[in-house]
Design a protein around this ligand. Structure first.
Ligand code: KIV
Length: 263
């Protein structure tokens, strides 16, 4: 039997049964690999800007960038659920958010995500049958400093309130970034929608990571990342070896060449 495309209902059911796996994904090849590995959700995050496009910050990412990468990911996916980010300044009003979200959905996203506390946007998008993932805690698009959030009583209470209000407005899932494990656990218990953590400890309904961090492709190492292996160092070795073999004329042997008689 062919595997079926995952829906939000599938993912929501996991909340009480199994941990939800989510990774950022920016292209066709990685989308195929993650889909074959049965990763539940692929996040076409605006982290594509700093991780793939060489931008200095998430603020440089455009809607055109997001559409391009969403289409590439969608081409590689059969079953995983695809979430695409609304980039910076493309959701300044609920109406602008709706227009931007509709384009991402047309490009192949199953749901859209935006950062911050905007219940009006959630309401308008869900009224138009667009599923919405919210993002609280550290908000990379606007954060001045990438530090742990919700560390004092007032901001912890505010986070709980915002999370509950976004669920009430119709959000389908919540991502919490760089907050203490204890706070993330409490948010997860309070909400009935899935809460996915990044740098939010062990007790959310699932984990999301930047795929290049997990692979060890990123230069920096973060406390919240458990690298599987040092891919960056390995790739560097491969490229050096390739250059050496080309220079030594040992990269190809006779079996890799095409031949014709009589020349
Ligand atoms: O853009 C992104 O990759 C994200 C994750 C940090 C959750 O929003």
């Amino acid at each position: 039997m062919l595997n079926q495309k995952k829906t939000l209902d599938t993912i929501k059911q996991y909340k009480s049964n199994q941990q939800i796996s989510m990774l950022t994904c920016y292209d066709y090849v990685f989308a195929q690999l993650m889909d074959e590995a049965d990763i539940d959700c692929l996040l076409v995050g605006d982290s594509v800007g700093t991780n793939v496009l060489g931008y200095a910050s998430e603020q440089e990412v455009t809607l055109a960038d997001m559409l391009h990468h969403t289409k590439a990911v969608a081409r590689g996916v059969q079953t995983s659920f695809i979430i695409s980010d609304l980039p910076y300044q493309t959701y300044e009003t609920p109406e602008q958010a709706l227009q931007s979200a509709q384009l991402l959905i047309e490009a192949g996203a199953d749901a859209v995500k935006f950062e911050g506390f905007y219940p009006d946007i959630v309401r308008l998008l869900t009224a138009h049958n667009i599923q919405v993932v919210c993002h609280l805690g550290l908000l990379p698009q606007t954060a001045l400093k990438k530090s742990v959030q919700a560390v004092d009583k007032a901001s912890i209470q505010q986070l709980y309130r915002h999370a509950c209000d976004l669920e009430y407005a119709g959000a389908s899932m919540l991502i919490v970034e760089l907050i203490p494990e204890e706070v993330a656990k409490e948010v997860t218990n309070r909400l009935s929608i899935p809460v996915i953590g990044i740098g939010a400890g062990r007790f959310c309904d699932g984990q999301v990571q930047i795929v290049y961090d997990v692979l060890g492709l990123t230069k920096r190492q973060f406390k919240h990342v458990n690298r599987f292996f040092a891919f960056r160092e390995r790739l560097a070795e491969v490229f050096v070896a390739y250059k050496k073999r080309v220079q030594q004329q040992t990269y190809l042997d006779i079996t890799h060449s095409f031949h014709v008689d009589g020349v």
